[in-house]
Design a protein around this ligand. Sequence first.
Ligand SMILES: Cc1cc2nc3c(=O)[nH]c(=O)nc-3n(C[C@H](O)[C@H](O)[C@H](O)COP(=O)(O)O)c2cc1C
Length: 167
Amino acid sequence: MDIIFNRRSVRKYTDKKIEADKVERLMRAAMQAPSATNQQPWEFIVIDDKETLARLAQFSPYAKMLPGAALGVIVLEKQGMRAPLFTEQDLGAATQNLLLQAAYEGLGAVWMGVGRGTERETFLTEMFSLPESVKPFAVIAIGYPEDENANKFVDRYDAERVHYNKY
Ligand SMILES: Cc1cc2nc3c(=O)[nH]c(=O)nc-3n(C[C@H](O)[C@H](O)[C@H](O)COP(=O)(O)O)c2cc1C
Protein backbone atom coordinates (compact mmCIF):
# COMPACT_ATOMS: atom_id res chain seq x y z
CA MET A 1 0.00 0.00 0.00
CA ASP A 2 1.52 3.33 -1.06
CA ILE A 3 0.31 5.09 2.05
CA ILE A 4 2.25 2.73 4.33
CA PHE A 5 5.47 3.26 2.40
CA ASN A 6 5.11 7.02 1.96
CA ARG A 7 3.92 8.05 5.43
CA ARG A 8 6.51 10.17 7.22
CA SER A 9 6.50 12.08 10.49
CA VAL A 10 5.54 15.58 9.38
CA ARG A 11 6.28 18.44 11.76
CA LYS A 12 5.73 21.60 9.68
CA TYR A 13 2.27 22.67 8.61
CA THR A 14 0.39 25.43 6.81
CA ASP A 15 -2.29 27.49 8.58
CA LYS A 16 -5.10 25.65 6.78
CA LYS A 17 -7.76 24.16 9.00
CA ILE A 18 -8.73 20.51 8.66
CA GLU A 19 -12.26 19.97 7.40
CA ALA A 20 -14.71 18.40 9.88
CA ASP A 21 -15.40 15.39 7.63
CA LYS A 22 -11.66 14.64 7.44
CA VAL A 23 -11.35 14.89 11.22
CA GLU A 24 -14.19 12.41 11.58
CA ARG A 25 -12.52 10.00 9.13
CA LEU A 26 -9.30 10.19 11.15
CA MET A 27 -11.20 9.17 14.27
CA ARG A 28 -13.09 6.46 12.39
CA ALA A 29 -9.79 5.05 11.11
CA ALA A 30 -8.33 4.99 14.62
CA MET A 31 -11.36 3.13 15.98
CA GLN A 32 -11.23 0.62 13.13
CA ALA A 33 -8.03 -0.90 14.57
CA PRO A 34 -7.83 -4.50 15.75
CA SER A 35 -7.71 -5.00 19.53
CA ALA A 36 -7.30 -7.92 21.90
CA THR A 37 -10.69 -9.58 22.48
CA ASN A 38 -12.04 -6.61 20.49
CA GLN A 39 -11.83 -4.60 23.71
CA GLN A 40 -11.33 -1.24 21.90
CA PRO A 41 -9.57 0.40 24.87
CA TRP A 42 -9.45 3.90 23.37
CA GLU A 43 -10.83 7.36 23.82
CA PHE A 44 -9.56 10.55 22.20
CA ILE A 45 -9.35 14.27 22.91
CA VAL A 46 -9.34 16.33 19.70
CA ILE A 47 -7.88 19.82 20.11
CA ASP A 48 -8.21 22.59 17.53
CA ASP A 49 -8.00 25.53 19.94
CA LYS A 50 -4.70 27.35 19.32
CA GLU A 51 -4.17 28.37 22.95
CA THR A 52 -4.69 24.81 24.11
CA LEU A 53 -2.29 23.51 21.43
CA ALA A 54 0.36 25.97 22.65
CA ARG A 55 -0.04 24.78 26.24
CA LEU A 56 -0.08 21.15 25.11
CA ALA A 57 3.34 21.69 23.47
CA GLN A 58 4.83 21.94 26.95
CA PHE A 59 4.09 18.30 27.70
CA SER A 60 7.44 17.28 26.15
CA PRO A 61 10.62 18.90 24.80
CA TYR A 62 9.94 17.03 21.54
CA ALA A 63 6.51 18.54 20.92
CA LYS A 64 7.48 21.93 19.51
CA MET A 65 5.44 21.39 16.35
CA LEU A 66 2.11 21.46 18.23
CA PRO A 67 1.47 25.24 18.19
CA GLY A 68 1.80 25.17 14.38
CA ALA A 69 -0.54 22.21 13.97
CA ALA A 70 -4.19 22.51 13.00
CA LEU A 71 -5.08 19.66 15.30
CA GLY A 72 -3.76 17.75 18.26
CA VAL A 73 -5.17 14.38 19.20
CA ILE A 74 -4.55 12.78 22.57
CA VAL A 75 -4.97 9.02 22.43
CA LEU A 76 -6.28 7.81 25.78
CA GLU A 77 -5.96 4.32 27.22
CA LYS A 78 -9.06 3.20 29.04
CA GLN A 79 -8.32 1.48 32.33
CA GLY A 80 -9.89 -1.70 33.70
CA MET A 81 -10.07 -3.49 30.35
CA ARG A 82 -10.54 -7.27 30.20
CA ALA A 83 -7.18 -7.87 28.48
CA PRO A 84 -4.98 -5.23 30.15
CA LEU A 85 -1.73 -6.89 29.01
CA PHE A 86 -2.57 -5.93 25.45
CA THR A 87 -4.05 -2.44 25.70
CA GLU A 88 -0.78 -0.76 24.66
CA GLN A 89 -0.62 -2.90 21.53
CA ASP A 90 -4.25 -2.04 20.74
CA LEU A 91 -3.52 1.65 21.11
CA GLY A 92 -0.42 1.41 18.94
CA ALA A 93 -2.58 -0.06 16.18
CA ALA A 94 -5.19 2.70 16.59
CA THR A 95 -2.51 5.41 16.55
CA GLN A 96 -0.90 4.00 13.40
CA ASN A 97 -4.31 3.75 11.71
CA LEU A 98 -4.86 7.44 12.42
CA LEU A 99 -1.44 8.35 10.99
CA LEU A 100 -2.07 6.34 7.84
CA GLN A 101 -5.51 7.89 7.31
CA ALA A 102 -3.93 11.35 7.79
CA ALA A 103 -1.42 10.61 5.01
CA TYR A 104 -4.26 9.31 2.81
CA GLU A 105 -6.19 12.56 3.36
CA GLY A 106 -3.19 14.65 2.22
CA LEU A 107 -2.32 15.63 5.78
CA GLY A 108 0.92 15.38 7.73
CA ALA A 109 1.10 13.96 11.23
CA VAL A 110 3.53 12.90 13.90
CA TRP A 111 3.15 10.51 16.83
CA MET A 112 4.55 11.61 20.20
CA GLY A 113 4.92 9.03 22.90
CA VAL A 114 3.82 9.66 26.47
CA GLY A 115 5.19 6.68 28.44
CA ARG A 116 3.54 5.10 31.46
CA GLY A 117 4.43 6.70 34.80
CA THR A 118 6.30 9.63 33.22
CA GLU A 119 6.21 13.37 33.89
CA ARG A 120 4.52 13.67 30.49
CA GLU A 121 1.69 11.50 31.70
CA THR A 122 1.36 13.63 34.84
CA PHE A 123 1.39 16.85 32.80
CA LEU A 124 -1.37 15.67 30.48
CA THR A 125 -3.43 14.19 33.30
CA GLU A 126 -3.34 17.51 35.14
CA MET A 127 -3.81 19.70 32.08
CA PHE A 128 -7.00 17.90 31.04
CA SER A 129 -8.13 16.88 34.55
CA LEU A 130 -8.28 13.29 33.33
CA PRO A 131 -10.23 10.87 35.53
CA GLU A 132 -8.57 7.68 36.78
CA SER A 133 -10.47 5.72 34.13
CA VAL A 134 -8.13 6.95 31.35
CA LYS A 135 -4.40 7.48 30.90
CA PRO A 136 -2.74 9.39 28.02
CA PHE A 137 -0.97 7.03 25.60
CA ALA A 138 0.16 9.32 22.78
CA VAL A 139 -0.23 12.80 21.37
CA ILE A 140 -0.55 13.28 17.61
CA ALA A 141 0.04 16.61 15.84
CA ILE A 142 -1.73 16.96 12.48
CA GLY A 143 -1.94 19.62 9.77
CA TYR A 144 -1.62 20.26 6.06
CA PRO A 145 2.09 19.79 5.33
CA GLU A 146 4.14 22.89 4.55
CA ASP A 147 6.06 20.72 2.07
CA GLU A 148 3.55 19.04 -0.23
CA ASN A 149 6.00 16.17 -0.71
CA ALA A 150 6.60 15.65 3.02
CA ASN A 151 5.05 12.19 2.86
CA LYS A 152 7.58 10.35 0.74
CA PHE A 153 9.20 6.94 0.50
CA VAL A 154 12.21 6.07 2.65
CA ASP A 155 13.45 2.51 2.18
CA ARG A 156 13.92 0.72 5.50
CA TYR A 157 13.81 -2.86 4.31
CA ASP A 158 16.57 -4.98 5.84
CA ALA A 159 16.53 -8.58 4.64
CA GLU A 160 18.77 -9.67 7.54
CA ARG A 161 15.97 -9.00 10.01
CA VAL A 162 13.64 -11.54 8.46
CA HIS A 163 14.06 -15.10 9.70
CA TYR A 164 12.49 -17.99 7.83
CA ASN A 165 11.36 -21.06 9.75
CA LYS A 166 14.05 -20.64 12.48
CA TYR A 167 15.95 -17.79 14.12
C1 LIG B 1 6.30 5.74 20.20
C2 LIG B 1 6.80 6.89 19.36
C3 LIG B 1 7.16 8.05 19.98
C4 LIG B 1 7.59 9.15 19.23
N1 LIG B 1 7.83 10.34 19.87
C5 LIG B 1 8.12 11.44 19.13
C6 LIG B 1 8.23 12.72 19.76
O1 LIG B 1 8.07 12.86 20.97
N2 LIG B 1 8.48 13.81 18.98
C7 LIG B 1 8.67 13.69 17.61
O2 LIG B 1 8.91 14.71 16.97
N3 LIG B 1 8.57 12.47 16.99
C8 LIG B 1 8.29 11.36 17.71
N4 LIG B 1 8.12 10.15 17.08
C9 LIG B 1 8.31 10.03 15.62
C10 LIG B 1 9.63 9.32 15.28
O3 LIG B 1 10.69 10.20 15.53
C11 LIG B 1 9.58 8.87 13.82
O4 LIG B 1 8.51 7.97 13.64
C12 LIG B 1 10.88 8.19 13.37
O5 LIG B 1 11.93 9.12 13.40
C13 LIG B 1 10.76 7.59 11.97
O6 LIG B 1 10.43 8.59 11.03
P1 LIG B 1 9.10 8.50 10.16
O7 LIG B 1 7.92 8.54 11.12
O8 LIG B 1 9.13 9.71 9.29
O9 LIG B 1 9.10 7.23 9.41
C14 LIG B 1 7.70 9.04 17.82
C15 LIG B 1 7.34 7.84 17.21
C16 LIG B 1 6.86 6.79 17.95
C17 LIG B 1 6.42 5.52 17.25
